[in-house]
Design a protein around this ligand. Structure first.
Ligand SMILES: Cc1ncc(C[n+]2csc(CCOP(=O)(O)OP(=O)(O)O)c2C)c(N)n1
Length: 640
């Protein structure tokens, strides 16, 4: 209620969008970062003629409604991103603004411009309090994203009461410190003042703009206005009547849209069609002149990869010393980036560690918005939210940091999964083999906990060739975020004439090395620990014990295989099993069963040379062999 006038101005006077063509590429983007105010957005979408009938609004927050409690990407036409976890939406908006700048730099040719949209977000006190807003805003200011405008609903109320309970930031100074253009509207109901401020933001060419809008939560509700009660609970039947009386509205009418109001708002359809038609004509002329660019544009907008995108992906020769999978990842990523001009990405200040540099390309920065190397600074949370905004805008995006700091990104990662965005996370230093940096930098529970998130595809390749397939899968994905768990340390590049093809990664798990006949035990390895399983197999063979080695880089993919395939890899009859992974053992029972054993990492790691740390915690061939024998004995004895 408090922000309705701001929404009115934005949707009627400012934004370019086409309700009958919600995905028109050059539309302005709107992000309701304060997702709990979803009805504000649904109302606008309905009134302006999106395919969101009143019947959906009447089913607000009910299963199957296109109007869920918080706006959800892919469910409601016109919703650009899923919001609700405060702060995430505004971080997404920075990613959208980055994308617009990149697309403009890449596709606009002199005066032939096909990209010139703007990004608007409504955010709230809660958004401002969240740490991610600091990271995202600082980067937006640094990058001089003048195509970005945030309208900050400063109503001094949050859920628990007045914001003075815990919040006294001088927001104006804060944003000026980030090099933003900061404007103030004293009264949200002053349409002209709102209009003027947004137009001032549009003419700003150097800085993003924050418009601080002073408003009253529950405006018009005589007993709840300016109270947190207006935030956290429905007004109630009587108070709704009183509010309607305040607005001069029929008190008993429900879902009433007076004809003149409906008609007025519906003008957005014709306005949008006109804008879209004009753009289409511009696009056609541009595409004729620039066919190669037009093909790229088509790929981006339709989520397709260019012909031959993977033709330069290397095959790595067998090498006992091998290379770290982060290093292999760097080579593979670059071989793909060469052929996919819209693959963009970078790291949160760990480029040399994560090996995320796109060679021969420049940094995306003010004055060089065509660069593909994204520099997030030490801002993992912000990076997560920004990557979602980029992916939702069509570019293929990746971001890197140490695996242990995936925790910092997790809120955004979860949203990427809910939105089914094909973001790629390059999380290196994926185990206690980080070594000297010690337990603060050594992931233990991370890989397993990431596997828990629905839609997340965690791939932990064992060598350079598995890494190549993992990157290909990440690129081929249209619906899953992909987490690449990569090693800091070198791992052998296996001889694929002796062992199975790395293409097995596509199935999530595959028989890597086998013995004749039914195996006595199955050794399952992931990532850097596969080599322990391989060596253990040799030792066991010398003692007459037949072990099968299974490489299992991706649980999610394996779970999606047919029952026959799964049985062919992990035959039910073979109950003696050992899983080896330098991460928490919790969860591996799923594949090894109660008679199986896990060589895992139950506790935090330690600071020391990587090899010593590994040995110290039992990641040795001898220990794998001992666990294999134990499991065989347990199965034989019929006890668990
Ligand atoms: C990350 C996160 N933490 C907590 C919440 C729960 N929550 C929803 S709204 C809200 C209060 C927000 O107040 P404000 O942003 O000022 O919104 P307003 O009261 O103006 O609607 C909270 C804590 C949330 N949605 N996201």
């Amino acid at each position: 209620m408090g922000l309705a006038p701001v929404a009115y101005v934005l949707w009627n006077r400012i934004m370019r969008y086409s309700p009958t063509s919600p995905r028109w590429p050059n539309r302005d983007r709107f992000v309701l970062s304060a997702g709990h105010a979803s009805m504000l957005l649904y109302s606008m979408l309905h009134l302006t003629g999106y395919d969101l009938p009143l019947s959906e609004i009447e089913k607000f927050r009910q299963i199957g409604s296109k109007c869920p409690g918080h706006p959800e990407y892919n469910i409601t036409p016109g919703v650009e991103t899923t919001t609700g976890p405060l702060g995430q939406g505004i971080a997404n908006s920075v990613g959208m603004a980055i994308t617009e700048r990149w697309l403009a730099a890449h596709f606009n040719q002199g005066n032939d411009k096909i990209v010139d949209y703007r990004v608007y977000s409504i955010c709230s006190d809660g958004d401002m309090m969240e740490g991610i807003s600091h990271e995202a805003a600082a980067l937006a200011g640094h990058l001089k994203l003048s195509n970005l405008t945030w309208l900050y609903d400063s109503n001094h109320i949050s859920l628990d009461g007045p914001t003075t309970l815990a919040y006294s930031d001088d927001v104006e100074s804060r944003f000026k410190g980030y090099h933003w253009n900061v404007l103030t509207v004293d009264d949200a109901n002053n349409l002209q003042a709102v209009d003027d401020a947004i137009r001032a933001a549009q003419s700003e060419t150097e800085r993003p703009t924050l418009i601080i809008v002073h408003s009253h939560i529950g405006y018009g509700s005589p007993n709840k206005q300016d109270k947190s009660a207006a935030h956290g609970e429905p007004l109630g039947v009587e108070e709704v009547k009183l509010a309607k009386r305040f607005y001069g509205w029929p008190e008993d009418a429900q879902f009433l849209i007076p004809k003149e109001a409906g008609d007025h708002m519906h003008e957005a359809v014709a306005r949008g069609k006109k804008a879209e038609d004009e753009w289409n004509a511009r696009y056609e002329a541009w595409a004729k002149k620039n066919p190669a660019l037009a093909a790229q544009w088509d790929g981006i907008m339709n989520g397709k990869l260019p012909e031959g995108w993977d033709k330069d992906v290397p095959t790595f020769a067998a090498d006992a010393k091998g290379i770290a999978t982060r290093e292999a990842g760097y080579k593979v990523m670059n071989s793909i980036a060469k052929n996919v001009p819209w693959l963009v990405g970078g790291s949160a200040d760990l480029e040399s560690s994560n090996k995320t540099k796109i060679d021969g390309d420049s940094s995306f920065e003010a004055g060089n918005y065509g660069g593909r190397v994204l520099r997030f600074g030490v801002r993992e949370m912000g990076m997560g939210g920004i990557l979602n905004g980029i992916a939702a805008s069509g570019l293929r995006a990746f971001g890197g940091t140490f695996m242990v700091f995936s925790d910092y990104m997790r809120g955004a990662v979860r949203l990427a999964c809910i939105m089914e965005l094909p973001v790629t996370y390059v999380w290196t230093h994926d185990s206690i083999a980080v070594g000297e940096d010690g337990p603060t930098h050594e992931p233990v529970e991370h890989i397993m906990s990431l596997r828990l998130i629905p839609h997340m595809r965690v791939i932990r390749p064992a060598d350079a060739n598995e890494t190549a397939v993992a990157w290909k899968l990440a690129m081929e994905s249209t619906k899953h975020p992909t987490a690449l768990a990569l090693t800091r340390q070198a791992v052998p590049t296996f001889d694929r004439t002796k062992y199975a093809s790395a293409e097995g990664v596509r199935k999530g798990a595959y028989v890597f090395a086998d013995e004749q006949g039914t195996p006595d035990v199955i050794l399952i390895g992931t990532g850097s620990e596969l080599q322990l399983a391989v060596e253990a197999q040799e030792k066991l063979a010398a003692e007459g014990i037949k072990a099968r080695v299974v490489s299992m880089p991706c649980w999610d993919l394996f779970d999606g295989q047919s029952a026959e395939y799964k049985e062919s890899v992990l035959p039910t009859a073979v109950r003696a099993r050992v899983a080896v992974e330098a991460g928490t053992p919790i969860g591996w029972e799923r594949y090894v069963g109660l008679e199986g054993r896990v060589v895992g990492q139950k506790q935090f790691g330690a600071s020391g040379p990587a090899k010593e740390v590994f040995k110290h915690f039992g990641f040795t061939v001898e220990n794998v062999v001992a666990h294999a024998k134990d499991s065989i004995a347990v199965v034989k004895a019929g006890k668990k």
